[in-house]
Design a protein around this ligand. Structure first.
Ligand code: NAP
Length: 249
């Protein structure tokens, strides 16, 4: 399966979880992949090793997506070391589970800066090479809570809903330039982010999933790989839910 042969991809927050799964899948399909991380260098280098040992091409690339200077350096490193940038996957994300009345301004800012501003900063810089080459794929990882809200996740749901608006706006701005921008919205996926959920909350969430199971990182990665491919050329501004039927809107 070499749908992405010759393409260069940057996956933010790829040192573990869904980002790791996306990086591995894009590489398996032939893309050269930059595995971004903020602090977990060991995790990112392990992902790079997994990819290269499987015959793929990958580099690790440090950078906090919430910091503009980091993002400029990150995109610069990727384009210089790998030779361009065709696919940007904004996956880096944090959550802060807290009822709104108790949520501090600092926590609100941390979530919004990473999950929403981060995607704006990377998109802004990545669009330059994409517009020059008249080809690009931007895939933003949101969440189904963007559509439903979630008690105790107001900052996270607001950031992810904002990400949907950002994606649709960018999709309209660059639609004639061979660049698409889409959202993948996962439901409940087994990763470190969901490991800390209490059994009670997990059961409550699973009760809402018609397939009666959590999704895997591979389920999400497969959707991203499709949107990153030429096969998805006429799809832009779309939200693809990967949630076992949890939210049907
Ligand atoms: P995770 O296991 O906690 O991994 C998050 C990744 O993001 C890590 O690699 C982390 O790297 C990186 N990261 C965090 N802040 C960053 C920053 N400022 N700059 C660069 N990298 C940063 O999370 P996950 O479950 O895989 O989630 C991945 C994405 O899917 C997130 O956007 C999340 O909101 C979304 N999502 C997840 C689920 C789910 O059920 N798991 C459901 C819906 C949506 P460092 O450790 O180096 O900071």
């Amino acid at each position: 399966m070499e749908r992405l042969g010759g393409r260069i991809a940057l996956v933010t927050g790829a040192s573990r979880g869904i980002g790791r799964g996306i990086a591995r899948r894009l590489a398996l399909e032939g893309a050269a992949v930059a595995v971004n991380f903020r602090s977990d260098q060991e995790g990112a280098e392990l992902v790079v090793r997994e990819i290269t040992e499987a015959g793929g091409t990958a580099i690790s690339a440090q950078g906090d997506v919430a910091v503009a200077e980091d993002v400029s350096r990150l995109v610069d490193t990727v384009t210089k070391q790998l030779g361009g940038l065709h696919i940007l996957v904004n996956n880096a994300g944090v959550a802060s589970d807290m009822l709104t009345v108790r949520l501090s301004e600092a926590e609100w800012d941390r979530v919004l800066d990473t999950d929403l501003k981060g995607a704006f900063l990377t998109t802004k810089v990545a669009l330059r090479p994409m517009m020059r080459q008249r080809y690009g794929r931007i895939i933003n990882i949101a969440s189904v809570v963007a559509f439903t809200g979630n008690a105790g996740q107001s900052s996270y749901a607001a950031a992810k809903a904002g990400l949907v608006g950002l994606t649709k706006s960018v999709a309209r701005e660059v639609a004639t330039r061979g660049i698409t921008a889409n959202v993948v919205a996962p439901g409940l996926i087994d990763t470190a982010m969901t490991e800390s959920l209490s059994e009670e909350i997990r059961t409550w969430m699973l009760d809402q999933v018609p397939m009666e199971r959590a999704g895997s990182v591979e389920d999400v990665a497969a959707a991203v790989a499709f949107l990153a491919s030429v096969e998805a050329s006429y799809i832009t501004g779309h939200v693809l839910k990967v949630d076992g039927g949890m939210v049907m809107v």
